[in-house]
Design a protein around this ligand. Structure first.
Ligand code: PEP
Ligand code: MN
Length: 338
């Protein structure tokens, strides 16, 4: 970190800042220019409250060199993290396919879709039992009954389960059933929830918030790692922009940026990004070409009757086709870490 002092700062003010930094354990690299005095800090600035220094009227600006996240950063951990979910690996060149309905609706619905996505090439089964819905009048999910059905589907197909957790008080319950706990976009900055899933031994799939920057997503992941759980998968699922044609705008560049900035695996959810089933396959291909470590796709055997997100759900045969075309892209694409 570099602190630039305003021109004509009294010497005693500069000395006071230097002494404060020395007391905090930093080494100092001091440079006196014609107009500006620049104080360079050598040491780990992760715990430094820079806002306190910015509050000083003699400080012109502060430039950060170190990222505010540490455990999730590639600087701290240069190798790709590889996560093993009951034998299915993600990261370090291993690509994972997650598919299933938006919501668990019934035994028939889930078992049908689970078997079909497995045949189509899915590694993990997704399905929401606790649903974050914009309207309180929309289907809210089957709750624990949905978790039990997911367990049944896992026994039937052998596929590990991904399901969303929306609140601190259901983390323990969901951790009993889920192989991967999903934190949805709306909860990306629910810090109490992040800390709580950070204390479990489950893999966490953390979705990017609707209006979250890449840095905010990485800081949210930092909470989970700081709480002791380093099994985190990040998910780009589209962000809010001025565009209304699509449900969200898929930020492909976020996939590339995250691969540069972090060692954690990143998947793409083209379903919530597009909001339209016709766009799901092209976006999925783009994400894999950009270096995504996997996909999470909503699939329904009867999208016309789905209780949530039917318009963006692929029929199983189209999902199978998507997996085949994505595999072709994967075979020719290479990730470049700059
Ligand atoms: C979901 O995956 O079902 C979901 C609600 O996604 P998001 O949190 O990205 O909106
Ligand atoms: Mn959905």
């Amino acid at each position: 970190m570099v602190i630039v002092m305003k021109p004509n700062t009294p010497v005693q003010e500069i000395e006071a800042i230097k002494n404060r930094l020395l007391k905090l354990g930093f080494e100092i690299n001091f440079s006196q220019g014609e107009n500006y005095t620049v104080i360079g800090l050598i040491g780990d600035t992760i715990h430094l409250n820079e806002s306190q220094f910015e509050a000083n009227p003699f400080v012109d600006r502060i430039l950060r060199v170190q990222h505010p996240f540490k455990r999730v950063s590639r600087t701290f951990h240069p190798e790709d993290t590889v996560i093993d979910i009951a034998g299915h690996k993600i990261g370090g060149g291993n690509v994972l396919m997650i598919a299933g309905p938006c919501s668990v609706e019934s035994r028939d619905q889930l078992m049908t879709i689970a078997q079909q996505v497995k045949l189509g090439g899915a590694d993990l089964l997704r399905g929401g039992a606790f649903k974050p819905r914009t309207s309180p009048y929309s289907f809210q999910g089957l709750g624990e009954e949905g978790l039990k059905l997911l367990q049944e589907a896992k026994e039937l197909t052998g596929m590990p389960i991904v399901t969303e957790c929306m609140s601190v008080d259901t983390v323990d319950l969901i951790a009993e059933y889920a192989d991967v706990i999903q934190i949805g976009a709306r909860n990306m900055q629910n810090f109490a929830l992040l800390k709580k899933v950070g204390q479990t031994d489950r893999v966490v799939l953390l979705k990017r918030g609707l209006s979250a920057t890449i840095e905010e997503l990485l800081m949210a992941a930092e909470y989970i790692l700081a709480a002791g759980n380093d099994k985190v998968i990040l998910c780009e699922r589209g962000i809010r922009t001025f565009e209304t044609y699509t449900r969200n705008t898929l930020d492909i560049s976020a996939i590339v940026a995250i691969k540069e900035l972090s060692h954690l695996p990143v998947v793409c959810d083209p379903s919530h990004a597009a909001g339209k089933w016709r766009m799901v396959e092209p976006l999925a291909k783009a994400a894999i070409a950009a270096g995504a470590d996997g996909l999470m796709v909503e699939v329904h055997h009867e999208p016309e009757t789905a209780l949530s997100d039917g318009s963006q759900s692929l029929k199983p045969e189209r999902f199978k086709q998507l997996v085949a075309s994505v595999k072709q892209i994967q075979a020719v694409s290479q990730t470049h870490i700059l």
